[in-house]
Design a binder for this molecule. Structure first.
Ligand code: IVH
Length: 680
């Protein structure tokens, strides 16, 4: 009995917690009016997760934790819409808009100016239909072809302006809420900035970012991006409410917990009113947090909508008045080349300043030389520029060729350091080869060189590198070895003790391995594994410095891109000078010829480890195989040389057997290990 009470108490607390968090989400995401500080919200959320972890049987589908609970999906399920999802006809002027409603009024035998119009911003995202059963989120589907869409529930459920449970005690039996999923402008800029830093996918505009996020498999990715939803109508509906007007439907959806489309209102459709509305929306557009690409006008009366019906895929009672694209033309004055942290040269256009979409634009990225070629650009040409919202302006096309047009050429030498510029094989990118001397790349190179995976200079952290670099104390990696105690001791936040620690860690790091040093040089495409192979193949640095493209190609797993990068790097004398300075400063690797004391009998082979090994860790087994020259891969294929199967080996073992790949148990592996170990 006591337990029964405890149980019902617990579930009461749990349900209250859910209701509270859902209410806070509604205030924050739908009303823009949070009532609690973030810390309080986070604390409640943590408590909810703890309760659920301790009592998994309690977990309710209404819980906000269930938004990101889903696993990545394997494929999109097709779902038929119960009520078709229509699209809209476009109008590009007042004349076209008015003519559209004139036709409608005529068909209805009404005076065109007496028909009430409901106007809403046309949000630039993608259409979604969300199905609720008895007020609980059931599934969400894309528009697709209007009849059949794709189930994207896993991602849509993570959108916090969409209620999981409708805010009513009297929910309809069935309801499809239809509206637009979009990404606010600020969230889009942030996402792209992050992608630029991390080498991720950069989206062209917020609409593509929203669509790309909704149409991917992993709900964790969707949850990490700021998607929003605003409804504009309903599809299937079985409920008690009776609606007379489009605006009634919107009002009802707001009471259920959805967000309101700002600046939506009804007016009587005279030309003056349409004109006034257009100017209001044009003004409002710049300050709106999301992109809009026009205004949607709908006849407000649902009865009139029903009598008009639709043709083809669009209703005869609604039209989209599109804003003109923000395109203008201007002259290309010059092209400059910017060198990025990784040495890649990016062409940037210098334009005659031009006013577009509320700002003056004087430059636009051109991405790469392939893009310049595709556009057929020359300096002096008149170009069309497109700017959407806060997005970086884009060159669309050449409108008129300049009289004295000058071709755009990639400079032969880096504009920052003068080193040779080379094209990466098979890529559009050109790179400065002065990796160790180029100021544009220096800070990044020093950070990489000192990092844990490379020279492991433990006390020379990213922050200290930044300070020393900005003060001109270290300009390249060789300068690390001439840092003086006083250089660091005089810095804010450092004393003699910490300065001593830095110098000691530099000293300790001097004894290293050839492959580690090679990796630390930061040659594009030469990572830990590649460096190991190169060091093993050539045995000493002098041989590497003077190796040819063909010789590099002989190294296992070194392809033409890496081979060319290596040759380019060592052809730049100033890179070699820096390496010489480092060696002179005392960096060394004991006995180069004894780098890999074991015979590399497995060179060129690929091994796979699976299941649990009883006598050693996976990492030990991997290190051992690598010391014998094998590559250790994560999956089995026809190219796998051998699979070591420990206890409870699963699909990898089955696959190896199916492919006829050699399989070895741990005991056999150990006896081989022993044999090899005793050969040292
Ligand atoms: S109404 C039958 N209202 O625009 C009515 N659509 O170009 C169908 N859109 O597929 C749509 N904001 O994705 C409507 N306030 C709004 C809208 C809107 C954006 C999108 C929607 C639709 C597309 C048609």
């Amino acid at each position: 009995m006591a337990n029964e009470f405890a149980r019902s108490d617990l579930s009461r607390v749990y349900n209250q917690l859910i209701a509270r968090i859902n209410q806070w989400d509604h205030e924050y995401y739908a009303l823009d009016n949070p009532s609690v500080p973030d810390a309080e919200y986070d604390q409640a959320f943590r408590k909810l997760l703890e309760l659920e972890a301790a009592n998994p049987e309690l977990i309710s589908p209404e819980s906000p934790s269930q938004r990101v609970g889903a696993k990545p999906i394997a494929e999109f399920k097709k779902v038929a819409h119960k009520v078709r999802m229509l699209s809209l006809a476009n109008a590009f002027s007042l004349k076209e808009t008015y003519a559209f409603f004139e036709r409608a009024a005529k068909e209805l035998n009404l005076n065109r100016s007496s028909v009430q119009i409901f106007s809403e911003p046309k949000l630039d995202g993608l259409a979604i239909s969300i199905h609720y059963d008895n007020g609980i989120f059931s599934y969400a589907v894309t528009r697709g072809d209007g009849q059949v869409g794709e189930d994207v529930s896993h991602n849509i459920k993570t959108v916090r302006s969409i209620p999981i449970k409708l805010a009513t005690s009297d929910p309809p039996l069935k309801l499809d809420v239809r509206g637009e999923v979009f990404m606010p402008k600020a969230a889009f800029e942030k996402l792209n900035q992050l992608a630029l830093q991390n080498g991720g996918k950069v989206f062209v505009n917020p609409r593509n970012a929203a669509a790309g996020t909704v149409r991917q498999m992993n709900p964790k990715i969707a949850a990490s991006r700021d998607l929003r939803f605003i409804p504009y109508g309903i599809g299937e509906y079985e409920g008690e409410q009776h609606f007379k007007l489009q605006s009634d439907i919107i009002d009802y959806l707001i009471t259920l917990g959805f967000r309101k489309n700002p600046h939506s209102y009804a007016f009587l459709g005279s030309p003056d009113e349409f004109e006034k509305n257009y100017h209001i929306m044009e003004q409002a557009r710049e300050d709106m947090p999301m992109e809009i690409d026009g205004i949607v006008y709908k006849i407000n009366s649902l009865q009139l909508q029903k009598s008009l019906g639709f043709i083809a895929r669009s209703p005869k009672w609604a039209v989209a008045r599109k804003f003109p694209a923000k395109n203008v033309s201007t002259r290309l004055v010059d092209v400059e080349f910017q060198v990025g942290r990784t040495g890649v040269l990016t062409p940037v256009s210098r334009l005659e300043p031009v006013f577009v979409g509320g700002v003056t634009v004087s430059n636009a990225t051109l991405h790469n030389m392939d893009e310049i070629e595709r556009l057929g650009l020359c300096i002096g040409d008149r170009l069309e520029i497109h700017r959407a919202g806060d997005v970086i302006p884009k060159v669309v096309r050449v409108v008129e060729q300049g009289e004295h047009r000058k071709p755009i050429v990639m400079p032969a030498n880096c504009p920052v350091c003068g080193s040779k510029v080379e094209r990466t094989i098979g890529q559009a990118a050109y790179r400065c080869t002065g990796a160790l001397v180029c100021a544009a790349q220096a800070a990044e190179h020093i950070r990489h060189y000192a990092s844990r995976k490379c020279m492991n200079i433990t006390h020379l952290g990213v922050k200290l590198i930044e300070v020393l670099y900005s003060q001109g104390i270290i300009k390249n990696i060789a300068d690390i070895y001439s840092i003086k105690l006083s250089d660091i001791a005089s810095l804010e936040g450092h004393g003699e003790k910490s300065a001593r620690n830095v110098l000691d860690s530099i000293e300790t790091s001097k004894t290293t391995r050839l492959d580690v040093f090679l990796c630390a040089l930061g040659i594009p495409e030469v990572g830990e594994e590649g460096a190991k192979n190169i060091a093993w193949y050539f045995k000493n640095l002098d041989a590497i410095k003077s190796a040819s493209f063909e010789q590099f190609l002989q190294v296992p797993d070194v392809g033409p891109v890496t081979a060319k990068n290596l040759v380019d790097f060592f052809s730049e004398d100033r890179n070699k000078t820096i390496i010489d300075k480092i060696i002179k400063a005392g960096v060394n690797w004991p006995d180069e010829n004894d780098e890999h004391p074991r015979e590399r009998i497995l060179a060129g082979q690929t091994w796979v480890l699976t299941g649990t090994l009883e006598h050693m860790s996976r990492n030990e087994a991997k290190a051992f195989l690598e010391s014998l020259g094998a590559k250790v891969a994560g999956s089995v294929s026809g190219k796998t040389s051998c699979v070591v199967a420990g206890r409870d080996a699963g699909t990898k073992l089955t696959k190896a057997e199916a492919l006829g790949v050699r399989v070895m148990d741990e005991a056999t592996f150990l006896s081989e290990l022993h044999q090899q170990g005793s050969r040292r």
